[in-house]
Structures are given as structure tokens and as C-alpha cells.
Design a protein around this ligand. Structure first.
Ligand SMILES: *Cc1c(COP(=O)(O)O)cnc(C)c1O
Length: 298
């Protein structure tokens, strides 16, 4: 089922900033891959859906905040591939539903609101083991869709030719699952650059280690991965915050290139990358690939 979802490129624009600094900035457009199931979330779900099917499950259960792209993608995947879906949503119901939850509901997901206190149990094995009693047998997908199987999907975001060609591959980080998957395909030290979308993103190093450990557990081998770069200076006010400089940047990009950037992750990634390019961080002649992991909702 993967081939319907392959993504496109946008070649580097001839902007003075890029030309002056001798950097080519390419975009890997996962946002163009499928009208309803776009972006990195598809790659994360891919092997999980296959596993759910192979294990005879007809129901997916997962977790997310009220603005979670993962919730939207899981709901859509359930609709397209014939699974019932249950989303355990952090916090209380707010009506009218925001665009993310409206979409999830339209795709047939059952939305169940749980208190913030209960939501903190989302990795607790004992609590997770109690869920089938309440919601029926299900295939469990963790928050953000990040587990070992998700990494195996995200490894295929890039081909081996792409890994060989680009000096750097930059990606935004929420749980770090996508970056961990990209690391599986990289062989060059510091090729992969992660940009935290959350304030105080230092914990992401440990998150990536945990995702890789889950991968090792599933596939029975420790993956050898190269070093990578973590950039925590471009959260721009924190997760899902939209300070004026970000809004201005999103408008400028849309006007100049006709690309409506997703603002929670992708806008901050490109804001950070261009800032680093302007500061002369990359040697002249560098080919940098930014992974556009999703599109704006609505
Ligand atoms: C979920 C999401 C991310 C973060 O991916 P992680 O694997 O959780 O780090 C980045 N970009 C977009 C558009 C997303 O929806």
C-alpha cells in the first residue's frame, strides 16, 4: 500500500540568502504524498497497520492531545484500511471541536476524553493492560505513533541515494520517532539534524535512545546509528505557540514560494535552518534537505 503515498521534492529556490551563503536547501515534500494521510505519520503507521492486521486486530487504540496530527492520521488510516479507531484524548471535551478532532471524528474515530492525571499513565504497562477490559481487544499505538515499527517505516522516508547525496537532512521533532527512523538509514556522523518543537527539548536525546531500544527489541538486533545533532533554540515560544516572528515567516514563505507551511513543526524547522544558514553554519556548496513532515490542517 505504500506506493500511493510517495512524496515529491521541491528544488532549492534562488533566494539571495541561499545564494550568498552557497547553500542549496531542498525540501522533501511528505506533505504532498496523499490528500488525507500525509506526512511522517503515514510512515509511522505503515508497519503498525500491517502488524495489527497480521495479529487479527480490527480495532486501533491510541493517545494524543487535542491538536494531535497523529490522532487525525490514525483515524484516517482506520477509515481507509478498515479498522475501528479509539482515540484517548488528553483533557476535557471542548465544543465546538477543533479542526483536528473534527476530522478524526469524521473519519469515524471514537473520542474518549481522559483527565491529565490519567493521561500520564499512557506508558504504564499495568494501566495499558487494563484497557482491553474497557475498550475491547485492540492494537495499541503509542502517543505520536512512535515505536520500533514506526522507525522501520520512517527509515524509508529517504532512499539510499538521498542519504548518499545530501550533506545534511533536517527534521522537526515532537517525540523524536521520525528522527530515530531517519538515523537507521544514515551512515554519516552528524548528517541528521533534529529541531525540537518543544521548549527544553534536551530530553529528546533520551527519547531517541528509547525508540531505538524498542526497535532493537522487536527486530532482535541493536542498530548501529551515527551521531546526530539536536537543536533546541528554535521552539519559538514552545509547543504550538505562534509568536509574531513565526507568523511573519509563514506569510513570507507562502507569498514568495506559494507553499503553506505547517506551523507547529515545519515552520519552526525552516525558520531555524534559514537562521543557521544566514549565520554561516554550513560550508559553501552544502546540500541540505529539509523534511516537510506534514501540511497545515484545514
Ligand atoms: C508529528 C509531527 C512531527 C513530529 O514527529 P515525531 O516523530 O513525533 O518527532 C513533525 N512534523 C509534523 C508535521 C508532525 O505532524
Amino acid at each position: 500500500m505504500i506506493h500511493d503515498f510517495f512524496a515529491a521534492y521541491t528544488p532549492p529556490p534562488a533566494t539571495p540568502l541561499l545564494q550568498q551563503n552557497g547553500v542549496r536547501l531542498w525540501l522533501k515534500r511528505l506533505d504532498l504524498s496523499h490528500p488525507q494521510l500525509s506526512g511522517n505519520k503515514w510512515y509511522k503507521l505503515w508497519h503498525n497497520l500491517t502488524a495489527a492486521q497480521a495479529q487479527g486486530h480490527t480495532r486501533l487504540l491510541t493517545f494524543g492531545g487535542a491538536y494531535s496530527n497523529h490522532i487525525v492520521a490514525t483515524a484516517k488510516a482506520g477509515e481507509l484500511f478498515g479498522f475501528q479507531t479509539i482515540g484517548l484524548i488528553r483533557g476535557e471535551e471542548n465544543l465546538p471541536l477543533n479542526p483536528a478532532l473534527r476530522r478524526a471524528k469524521q473519519s469515524g474515530m471514537a473520542l474518549v476524553y481522559i483527565s491529565r492525571g490519567t493521561y500520564r499513565l499512557r506508558h504504564d504497562p499495568e494501566w495499558l493492560a487494563s484497557l482491553p477490559e474497557r475498550f475491547g481487544a485492540h492494537y495499541l499505538i503509542p502517543e505520536g505513533g512512535s515505536n520500533g515499527l514506526a522507525l522501520e517505516g520512517c527509515r524509508h522516508i529517504l532512499t539510499s541515494e538521498e542519504y548518499a547525496h545530501f550533506d545534511h537532512v533536517a527534521v522537526s521533532m515532537g517525540t523524536g520517532g521520525t528522527l530515530a527512523g531517519l538515523l537507521l538509514g544514515s551512515t554519516r556522523p552528524n548528517q541528521i539534524m533534529g529541531f525540537s518543537s518543544l521548549k527544553g527539548g534536551g530530553f529528546l536525546r533520551e527519547s531517541v535512545r528509547e525508540h531505538l531500544a524498542d526497535y532493537a527489541r522487536i527486530f532482535g538486533r541493536e542498530p548501529a546509528v551515527p551521531s546526530w545533532q539536536l537543536h533546541t533554540d528554535y521552539a519559538l515560544g514552545g509547543f504550538a505557540k505562534r509568536p509574531p516572528e513565526l507568523l511573519r515567516f509563514l506569510q513570507d514563505v507562502e507569498q514568495a514560494y506559494g507553499i503553506a507551511l505547517e506551523g507547529v513543526y515545519v515552520g519552526k524547522l525552516l525558520y531555524g535552518l534559514l537562521d543557521m544558514i544566514e549565520a554561516g553554519h554550513f560550508p559553501v556548496g552544502s546540500d541540505v534537505l529539509a523534511v516537510v513532515t506534514g501540511r497545515p490542517l484545514e
